[in-house]
Structures are given as C-alpha cells and as structure tokens.
Design a protein around this ligand. Structure first.
Ligand code: OGA
Ligand code: NI
Length: 334
C-alpha cells in the first residue's frame, strides 16, 4: 500500500516555506500562540536505583497523582541498548519510501505497520508526523512481518530493549499498586498480567518550515496503561499544566513515563493520565520511541474493586480494551 508520508510532503515544502492547509492548526492550537515560552517544565525525576523502596513508591505515586508524567533515571536499561534502538529506527526511516512501504499498514494489519496520521481529527487536520507500530512483547503477540528487515540489526536491537523494558515496567506497576494501598501484583494483574502487550511506536517528525503553525501529535492522553518513551535530542514534547502548554525538559538517557487512560481507570481516578502533544522543528528531524503497555484486546478494564466503596463510587465504565480503543480512535463517547 502506498503511504503518502509527511516525510514526502516535508521534502517539497522545504523549498517553498509554506505548508498545506490541512497541517495548519486553528489559533487555539497553534504552538506559537498557545505555548508558555521561556520556561521548560521540570517534571519529577525518579532514580530507580534507590534502595529505599518506600521512597520510590511515594515518589511514583505522587508523580502519577499530580503530574501523570515523570522521568526515570538509573532504570537499568544500558545506554548502549537505547542508542542501538535509536540508531536502527533512524536507519529505517531514512530508507527510500518504497522500502518502507514494504511494511505499510493495510486494512487488515490493524494498527501495526508503517503509516501516517492514525486518529481522525474532528476538524480534518493532520499531524506533521509519520510512524511505525509493531508489537515487541509477548512473543505470541509479535508479527515479525511488520518489523523492518533493514537494517538487519533492527530485530536484535528491539528485542534487547524490550527485554530490559519489562523489568522497568514490572517495577513501575508494583510501585503504582503499593502507592494506592494494593498488593504489589494487583495493578499489573488487573491490566492483563503477563499477557500485557508492549506496542512499540516510532514517531518520525520531519523538519517543518512552519513549526509555529503545525503540530506533530495533537493534544491527547494515551489510551495505554503506561507509556514508556525515549526521545531523540530534539525538543518537542509538551504537557498541559495549570492551563498552559509547556515544553518538557529532557534528561539524556532517561525514560519518560506517561500515565495512560487505563491506569487512570483502574485506579478509579487517583492516578491521572497526562494531557500532552508534540511540536515540530524547522531544521531538525525529531523522533521518539514510545512503548504503549496495553491490555489484551478482550481483557476487561475497570476500576479495581478494592478501590471502589460508598465514599469512592466507580467513576468509569468497565469494558473490554478493544471497545475502549475503538471509541477513542473514532472519537465516540466511552
Ligand atoms: C504519542 C506521543 C510523544 C512524543 O505518540 O502518543 O505522545 O514525544 N508522542 O513523540
Ligand atoms: Ni502520547
């Protein structure tokens, strides 16, 4: 299937300094007008190597209640594993269009594959971004046909990263559980346990002649449980806080953790999914590698029953993840 990627649009626009109108945001979304400039937001930074587990539980819980986003350092994933992940993803996106299209999304592939603009935006606007989705864990959920064959080390780099990521994810689920009075295993179990799906996404944001008018990914919360993200060195992630959009300050080799909708639901609103978006850059290509930790399609997610009582009535419906996904993608009420 042919993908008329933003990468192709970008290479034409570079010459003329204008962008097609479908990429021009309305004034209430344009980053130049709606960003609070001159400040970078320092989201909480948590050192996962701290031996004081109680403190870690407290920090993860506080950050997830008050911010919905935090960064982790000393997370146990070797720097080399992260730079390999970045290198092979970059090589894939730098291949000629025809080679990338070998693994293009098709109507049958669902979300997996190489493509452009996932969600239908209500006003028909498009994000200045192309992407690739493929599952990286568990083995039974992997479709290698959506993984790049080129560069040849793509598979090894992704498998190594995914293996290390599982340890980080398990720790975070444990701290999130303990942080709201559950037993350590309960939050992960409610999210699908060992069947939890690790969905890798690569975002590729080409240089944009009018970064003041366009957005990469429009404002949203992730529908995952947690999202664990690695960015390249180009600024672009923004978070909405106190009625303003802010650039988020990155720490090299940290992992950026987003609380997604499913954790908010399971915690019955104690933890908050973070509202975020991305901007693009005039000269540089921005890339990011979020891994969405998703419940299996048929798995039902709702507020964990221990957290629901007379004073805390259930605030969310219990439904299969695939039904949640469908409604969110099509902008239907949940
Ligand atoms: C996303 C997303 C953020 C980024 O893909 O859901 O929010 O930094 N990406 O690219
Ligand atoms: Ni997101």
């Amino acid at each position: 299937m042919e993908v008329d990627g933003v990468q192709a649009v970008a290479s034409i626009c570079k010459k003329v300094d204008i962008i097609p109108s479908e990429f021009i945001r309305s004034e209430n979304e344009q980053p130049a007008i709606t960003t609070l400039h001159g400040v970078v937001l320092e989201v909480p930074v948590i050192d996962l190597s701290d031996s004081d587990e109680e403190k870690l539980v407290e920090l993860v819980a506080e950050s997830s209640k008050n911010w919905g986003i935090f960064q982790v350092v000393n997370h146990g994933i070797p720097d080399e594993s992260i730079s390999k992940l970045i290198e092979v993803g970059k090589k894939f996106f730098e291949l000629p269009k025809e080679e990338k299209e070998v693994i293009a999304k098709t109507p049958e592939s669902g979300i997996e594959g190489y493509g452009t603009s996932l969600e239908k935006e209500i006003d028909g606007k498009k994000g200045w971004v192309d992407h690739l989705f493929h599952r990286v864990w568990p083995p039974s959920a992997i479709n290698y046909k959506y993984w790049p064959k080129n560069p040849p080390s793509y598979r090894e780099a992704n498998e190594k990263y995914a293996e290390k990521l599982r340890e980080v994810s398990d720790k975070l689920f444990k701290y999130l559980s303990l942080g709201i009075g559950l037993e350590g295993h309960e939050m992960k179990a409610a999210a699908g346990g060992d069947d939890l799906i690790y969905m890798m996404k690569i975002n590729y944001y080409p240089p944009c002649p009018r970064p003041d008018l366009a957005l990469g990914v429009a404002a949203h919360t992730d529908m995952s449980t947690l999202t664990i993200l690695v960015p390249n060195e180009v600024q672009g992630l923004q978070v909405f806080r106190d009625d303003n959009w802010y650039d988020v300050k990155y720490i090299p080799n940290a992992l950026i953790i987003h609380i997604g909708d499913q954790i908010e639901i399971m915690s019955n609103g104690k933890y908050k999914a973070v509202f975020h978006r991305t901007t693009v850059n005039k000269e540089k290509t921005r890339m990011s590698w979020p891994v969405f930790l998703e419940p299996p399609a048929e798995h039902e997610v709702g507020p964990i029953s221990k957290l629901v009582n007379e004073e805390n009535p259930s605030k969310y419906k219990t439904k299969k993840f695939k039904d949640y996904f469908y409604c969110k993608l099509n902008k239907l009420p949940q």
